[in-house]
Design a binder for this molecule. Structure first.
Ligand code: SAH
Length: 249
């Protein structure tokens, strides 16, 4: 994304983005653009839809009820969807929002809620998660949205892993692992498809940990000598993974 447009509002739309294809914004976006940002006819906005790249668009009509825009130019080609998989035991609402936003900012392509025995919540609000991913994508100028999957139990995730994830290696942040740096272990995964699993606030229970450690596709890693909160562990682990084997290289 050229920095020249960094100051313009960026909004995600579902409409196709191409020259000549005028489009109208949804109600919330109209309110945001007209009432909050006080934009009007002639002002410019960057739109993206996860398929056609980022487009500089001009407001051709603006009122409190309606904003119509005309695409002017494609200013960033569509990037490919990240294949980085992130599984986590859902946390309470505020922390759930946080973790979905951070995973999106960290370049995760697949967000998989995993229900473990000590998971605090059971019903996942997918629409809320999507809204958080969208907000993070708009803010951090990614052009794709992570895929948010339906929640799955840990046992079922493991049972279906080979079928659904093929040769993906599952890096498990294991607070019971001997304290150390995950760098060497991760370096060995440089050309592999990978995923990260972080446990719930209460941690994995002994049976769950034993089940995970029995899997040939699991690589347990320590994130150092301190017990991190689950959302801290997610960002820390994703940072190490992106810098060693991911798109920060
Ligand atoms: N309540 C547990 C810890 C759970 S922390 C206890 O007090 O022991 C939540 C999750 O963050 C863990 O399941 C693990 O996935 C991750 N995590 C936290 N600290 C970690 C560490 N030092 N190494 C690896 N994973 C860690």
């Amino acid at each position: 994304m050229p920095r020249t447009h960094a100051t313009l509002p960026r909004l995600f739309v579902d409409d196709p983005l191409r020259a000549g294809a005028e489009l109208a914004l949804g109600h919330d976006q109209v309110t945001y653009l007209v009432s909050v940002l006080r934009r009007g006819t002639g002002d410019r906005v960057v739109l993206f839809n996860g398929r056609d790249g980022a487009w500089l668009c001009e407001i051709v009509e603006a009122s409190r009820k309606l904003v119509r825009l005309a695409p002017v130019a494609c200013i960033a080609a569509q990037t490919s969807q990240s294949d980085l998989w992130y599984g986590f035991a859902p946390l309470k609402t505020a922390r759930l929002d946080y973790v979905v936003q951070k995973a999106t900012e960290m370049g995760v392509g697949i967000i998989q809620p995993v229900i473990t025995r000590r998971t605090q919540v059971s019903r996942i609000k997918r629409e809320r998660m999507r809204a958080n991913a969208l907000e993070a994508a708009e803010q951090c100028e990614v052009l794709t949205l992570p895929e948010i999957r339906d929640e799955i139990g840990l046992d079922r995730l493991i049972a279906l892993w080979a079928e659904t994830e093929g040769d993906r290696v599952l890096v498990v942040a294991d607070e019971a692992a001997p304290s150390g740096s995950p760098v060497e272990a991760l370096r060995a995964l440089a050309d592999r498809r990978v995923g990260l699993l972080v446990g719930p606030e209460g941690g994995f229970d002994d049976e769950e940990r034993a089940l995970l450690m029995r899997q040939s596709f699991v690589l347990p890693v320590s994130l150092g000598p301190r017990i991190l909160r689950a959302d801290t562990a997610a960002v820390a682990a994703l940072a190490v993974m992106q810098s060693i084997i991911g798109d920060w290289r």
